[in-house]
Ligand binder design. Structure first.
Ligand code: GRF
Length: 209
């Protein structure tokens, strides 16, 4: 059984996609042992509560400095001892020590086709604003392992989404979520739970187990 902790910051639609996939057996052999949010008001925490999943709030604002928060966050994750940490719309930088302790055991969903439109400052709606500003015709989402860089870890899977005439950032974000994020993240979790993903020479490799 793959024990996962899901980290969230906002609406939790990616968490909901995971919950739905668990219910529909599209994710197998997996248990969410906790949901952690940096935001007490995150709707994602309500989604966790409605499934009787423990919700934990850990906010940098509650600590005197980032280093102290990083230590507390890393200690909590180590205490929970998940097999996999899933960043689902989580807007806090992962502490280097946590990346080291959970090498290739932290995954993130990013709302673009990495290496485009990613890195510092590229999150949430901002990603789609930049996509429309640049005028690209195809965007999408990427699920990847988290390493010490920002959106630079081994890519597990990607899914393309067409930009359409008249798209606003909000309309495009919703399409990328529906057509890509909510498909990729549950599938990646099930692939990892079933041992179908390995990392070789810093590349994620899919093998039908
Ligand atoms: C969305 O912008 C999504 O693309 C990104 O995080 C944001 C919030 O997602 N992954 P969620 O609804 O909280 O899962």
């Amino acid at each position: 059984m793959l024990k996962i902790v899901v980290c969230v910051s906002g609406g939790g639609t990616n968490l909901q996609a995971i919950l739905d996939a668990l219910e529909q057996n599209r994710i197998t052999n997996t248990e969410i042992i906790a949901v952690i949010s940096n935001n007490t008001k995150a709707k994602a925490l309500e989604r966790a509560a409605s499934h009787n999943i423990p919700g934990i709030v850990l906010s940098p604002r509650s600590y005197p400095d980032r280093e102290t928060f990083n230590e507390a966050f890393t200690a909590k994750i180590c205490e929970l001892a998940p097999d996999l940490v899933v960043l689902a719309g989580f807007l806090v930088r992962i502490p280097p020590r946590m990346v080291a302790e959970f090498s290739n055991r932290i995954i993130n969903i990013h709302p673009s086709l990495i290496p485009s439109f990613c890195g510092v400052g590229y999150y949430g709606l901002k990603v789609h604003e930049k996509v429309l500003e640049r005028g690209v015709k195809v965007t999408g989402a990427t699920v990847h392992f988290v390493n010490e860089g920002m959106d630079e870890g081994p890519i597990i899977a990607q899914k393309a989404v067409y930009v359409e005439e008249g798209d606003t950032p909000e309309v495009l974000q919703r399409r990328v979520m529906e057509q890509a994020e909510w498909v990729l993240l549950p599938k990646a979790i099930d692939d990892i739970a079933c041992g179908r993903i390995t990392v070789v020479d810093n590349k994620a490799v899919f093998r039908q187990a």
